[in-house]
Design a protein around this ligand. Structure first.
Ligand SMILES: NC(=O)C1=CN([C@@H]2O[C@H](COP(=O)(O)OP(=O)(O)OC[C@H]3O[C@@H](n4cnc5c(N)ncnc54)[C@H](OP(=O)(O)O)[C@@H]3O)[C@@H](O)[C@H]2O)C=CC1
Ligand SMILES: CC(=O)N[C@@H](CCC(=O)OP(=O)(O)O)C(=O)O
Length: 341
């Protein structure tokens, strides 16, 4: 399978190049940039192997069978119709096609919604929960980094209705690479080092994405409280979630439910009682590690879910989805262990 990457100079794009370097069935044949065409990718990222020269962003210059769009919202919705019409399969890393209702997209992303037909056509690429539809899709809306950690963490409890459907709280923290390679005041060293910042309080664009999937699983789910924090590290997301049990439970039963639910999901690892994951446990890998606690005094369940935002939260899940689309084992090319420390 020959693939192209648009936005290869960004963090998501270059992570795709890294992961696909050792993929046995996918070969990157063209990498594209809207601002640095003609430049070698090694001049942008000297650590890269290979002899990729960035190509212009023109339909005639794109090659292969499948295109990864690692581009900002708005850019993806502009390119996707042209790519689909030309017969490419498309996996979009941006938020453009994740929300089925265009008016919800317009409200939260504060930009014009993509074409309604494409919103209907796009398949939400949370691989573990959508394999059948991904397998036959032409357009994948790869999930956001925070929603991936959050939804994998909450799914068993929501689907089995083991929690009351209101007052779910999601407290999430991200490393700075989640904001991409572009520089801005909020992400430079003296603003982020030795600092923790809450941002986009009750206005984060991932809120409707999380709620859409939770309501698909259980239509009684209420809006969630979702808070995001920028913390002084490069990669990683930790989402800590608090929900009230619908009836008295035990930690052993909750862990059993998670293990059973994810027994055929090689990238989701559930911890034993008393063990909680940290972001280094998944650094550089496609794993989502989940730890669980239950407090009898409050009847509350705590779920801790960690991912690498650039791998399971972006490029890794995109490759996992491409594997499913092509009928290969979903782990193909993604089996490298996390880096520690
Ligand atoms: N970083 C993360 O952890 C995650 C990111 N995402 C999403 O993935 C997408 C890529 O993110 P990320 O790699 O972090 O972002 P970056 O800012 O690092 O990279 C985005 C790339 O898009 C290209 N680009 C910018 N403007 C245009 C344009 N007008 N036309 C074509 N290409 C353009 C740029 O390349 P050039 O100037 O060379 O064209 C740039 O390198 C975004 O939609 C982001 O929201 C999703 C999950 C996690
Ligand atoms: C740390 C940081 O700034 N993270 C970004 C994640 C952006 C992202 O992935 O955006 P889409 O999923 O909407 O494409 C944020 O919170 O907006």
């Amino acid at each position: 399978m020959k693939v192209s990457i648009i936005g290869a100079t960004g963090y998501g794009g270059v992570e795709l190049v890294r992961l696909l370097q050792h993929h046995p069935y996918m070969r990157v044949v063209s990498v594209h940039s809207s601002s640095q065409a003609g430049v070698s990718l090694r001049d942008v990222y000297p650590h890269m192997e290979g002899s990729f020269v960035l190509r212009d962003l023109r339909m005639d210059d794109i090659e292969g069978d499948l295109v990864f769009l690692a581009t900002p919202p708005g850019v993806s919705s502009e390119w996707t119709p042209k790519l689909l019409a030309a017969g490419y399969k498309v996996i979009d890393l941006s938020g453009d096609f994740r929300l089925r209702d265009g008016s919800v997209y317009a409200k939260w992303y504060k930009r014009q919604a993509p074409n309604e037909e494409l919103l209907k056509q796009a398949v939400y690429g949370l691989t573990e929960w959508n394999r059948d539809r991904i397998a036959t899709a032409s357009l994948i809306a790869n999930p956001g980094c925070y929603p991936t950690a959050t939804l994998l963490g909450l799914a068993p409890l929501v689907i089995e209705k083991w929690i009351v459907p209101h007052r779910v709280i999601i407290d999430a923290k991200s490393g700075v690479s989640g904001a991409g390679r572009g520089v801005s005041l909020g992400v430079h060293f003296s603003e982020t080092n030795e600092n923790v910042k809450i941002y986009k309080v009750n206005t984060h664009q991932h809120i409707p994405e999380i709620e859409q999937m939770l309501c698909d699983w259980n239509e009684q789910m209420d809006p969630v409280t979702f808070s995001t924090h920028l913390i002084p590290m490069t990669r990683g997301i930790m989402a800590t979630m608090y929900a009230e049990a619908a009836r008295p439970l035990s930690l052993e039963r909750i862990i059993e439910l998670y293990k059973e639910t994810y027994k055929h999901c090689p990238f989701v690892r559930v911890r034993e009682a008393g063990s909680f994951p940290c972001t280094k446990d998944v650094y550089g890998s496609n794993y989502c590690d989940i730890g669980l606690a239950y407090d009898k005094r409050t009847n509350r369940i705590t779920v801790v879910s960690v991912i690498d935002n650039l791998v399971k939260g972006a490029a890794g899940q995109a490759v996992q989805n491409a594997n499913v689309m092509c009928g290969w084992d979903e782990q193909t090319g993604l089996t490298s262990m996390p880096m520690y420390p």
